[in-house]
Design a protein around this ligand. Sequence first.
Ligand code: MN
Ligand code: MN
Length: 292
Amino acid sequence: MMKQTDEIIEKYRKAGRILSEVRTEAVMKVKEGVSLLSVAEFTENLIQEKGGKPAFPVNISRNDEAAHSTPCFNDSSVFGKDIVKLDIGVHIDGYIADTAVTVDLSDHPELVKAAEKALSDVIKFVHSGVNTSDIGGVIEDAITSFGYKPVVNLTGHGLAQYIQHAPPAIPNKRLPHGIILEEGDIVAIEPFATDGAGKIYDAGSAEIYHFVANKPVRLPSARTLLQKIETYKTLPFAKRWLGDHVDFAMLALVKANIIQPYPILKEVDAGLISQAEHTIMVTADGCEVITR
Ligand code: MN
Ligand code: MN
């Protein structure tokens, strides 16, 4: 990967500092009976009050949902005795910090610890020259030591300007081959642990989308919507950010392949899932945790 300039590194650090403060406050809002929409809006507003922008809609994924769940417009759902994954991103000029934490209202402390231990083990293990396959091994070993399985078809990832999922993929299990991380590489490490089979599938429905390519579209309401969508550049956005009654225009944009959905991801055995995530910068002898 490309070496980052000092100016760029400072933007990642600023995004990370904002995100760390926001995460602490967001976690405190997650309680039984509280609406998911209120937590999402609180979190996204706080990011902007602190001088950042949401890098993607706040993901609030519960129980067997691993990722890509976010409230819809006028969503009325509330937290129950759920295992809740809050996944939050902040960007400064497109430079993204990405973090996730599990808030457990379901009394599965060991499942939460499995993902957290995997992440802290990787943070101790990483340095310039490390192989991504060995990072996967550290994650797999930590999670299986708790008697759980890593979710193997979800990965950590690189980050690039306005691109949330850049190469390299960081596996959550040991693989035969990997790539070598170098000093200055900025990557998100995100172990997922489950009491299910350890795999997720696309559950179909989507509230999160991203822009793919500009193409002609005839429908005037779709053209108007596209102007708003283009302000998010290539970053993921929530349908609820575009207001009410946008289904018809959204469908036209999806059919024209101008935007694509991120379907909700669920565990194949309906297993419960925990997640932990930090964005780190690889250094010569370790790493700097950007989202500490
Ligand atoms: Mn994330
Ligand atoms: Mn991520």
